[in-house]
Design a protein around this ligand. Structure first.
Ligand code: NIG
Ligand code: FE
Length: 397
């Protein structure tokens, strides 16, 4: 395959300190990047660029690694705007609306689910996302969970079985029956389509002992653990995730000192989902305490119709800067390398030789514009494995 030189990069964030200015973003100015066979072959100063077969001129724009959105619930049907409206008028978020989406999802055909998820994924690509994780969890019966994961698998290799999202209404008086299903027949039907096992460990969903059963069964079936934890209140989710050496524990809105300590001495990433907090009028996670404790932080959308209906990682970054008091650089690292670490991936999240040539071209001279221009279309182009996913604006084919 031919080599393509991307030239005229005003500012290149590599997320590899040794390639740039030694900061965590590894910034280079007046830079160029060569992609070959889908991978980054070279990055450096434009004046040192090697010869190439093709050339793409970026006119002084900034380039950042493609966003790694490591937490989404993209496959579902229906919408819950009335629930959101009620919440903005003072109703609390409890997760009780999940069953509304379950009913709509069960009633939808696989074609409808595929079309809905595909539309959201196209929005994500247009917003600079190049890798997405997708969870099940809006089926909660064997056939629908399996259908959701089959659709998700068409869209990404990062698929997660979340049959343990909540106990569905028909099992309200038989929790044990649902746990047997989710760790037995449902898991067996879904595992071939999943890489990860997840559980919503929260009061109102699954308690500690139940969550242990779900994670242990998933691990025994060959899946890797991750956890929804500490979203609605303090609880055992974080400690459980660390005990299972989970790749990530997600939400982390309510953390004790013990939770912070446990994360700091683990390989478990804390994935923060600020749009869920924004859209449920929750308090915000203490990102500074996590960063100061040396915990690896990831940022993701949590895209779902209940608590966080967004596809935009730039909006996530803007919220993280405003509400978490992360610096724009910390937020960008968390949205790229952090997400890759939360998925235990070592081939994405950086623009360094050997990494996948996944990147977003900003309609701006600096990555800071991701947070500085909230709600604006800052992403001009998205490239994955060296191929353009999204045409430059105004030049759509
Ligand atoms: O990650 N926390 C649990 N699950 C989703 C929300 C589900 C819903 O309300 O539909 C989340 O926020
Ligand atoms: Fe979630």
């Amino acid at each position: 395959m031919s080599a393509t030189l991307f030239s005229g990069i005003g500012e290149l964030a590599t997320c590899e300190p040794t390639l740039g200015d030694e900061s965590s973003l590894g910034l280079l100015h007046d830079a160029a990047l060569v992609a070959e066979d889908g991978r980054v072959a070279w990055v450096g100063r434009a004046s040192d660029a090697p010869a190439s077969d093709e050339r793409v001129e970026l006119g002084g724009r900034a380039v950042v690694p493609g966003f790694v959105d490591s937490h989404t619930h993209l496959v579902f049907a229906g919408e819950r705007s009335a629930e959101f409206e009620a919440r903005m008028a003072g109703e609390p978020y409890t997760g009780g609306g999940i069953m509304t989406t379950v009913a709509a999802t069960r009633a939808a055909s696989s074609g409808e689910l595929r079309a809905n998820a595909g539309r959201l994924l196209a929005e994500m690509h247009a917003s600079g996302t190049t890798t997405v994780e997708i969870k099940s969890g809006y089926g909660l019966d064997v056939a629908t969970e399996r259908r959701i994961l089959a659709v998700a698998r068409e869209l990404t290799s990062e698929t997660t079985f979340l049959g343990a999202h909540v106990v569905p209404a028909e099992y309200a008086n038989d929790r044990e029956g649902y746990l047997a299903l989710v760790t037995g027949e449902m898991l067996a039907a879904c595992a071939p389509f999943a890489r990860w096992i997840d559980v919503f460990c929260e009061s109102g969903a699954f308690d500690e002992a139940e969550s242990i059963r779900v994670l242990a069964a998933g691990v025994a079936a060959g899946l890797l653990p991750r956890v929804h934890g500490n979203q609605l209140g303090y609880g055992p989710g974080v400690q459980l995730a660390v005990e299972f050496d989970a790749a990530s524990v997600d939400h982390c809105t309510h953390l004790s000192e013990e939770d912070l300590d446990a994360l700091a001495y683990s390989d478990t990433v804390a994935t923060l989902l600020p749009v869920a907090e924004f859209s449920t009028r929750s308090r915000y996670a203490d990102a500074r305490a996590l960063l100061d404790a040396g915990v690896t932080v990831a940022l993701a959308t949590d895209c779902n119709p209940g608590s966080a209906f967004t596809t935009s990682m730039p909006f996530v970054i803007a919220l993280a800067v405003r509400e978490y008091r992360m610096t724009p650089a910390e937020a960008l690292v968390a949205a790229t390398l952090g997400g890759a670490t939360a998925l235990r991936r070592t081939d994405i999240g950086r623009l360094a030789p050997g990494f996948s040539a996944d990147f977003a071209v900003l309609d701006a001279p600096s990555y800071v514009h991701l947070a500085y221009r909230p709600g604006s279309q800052v992403i001009a182009q998205t490239w994955r494995a060296g191929a353009r996913l999204v045409a430059p604006r105004g030049e759509e084919e």
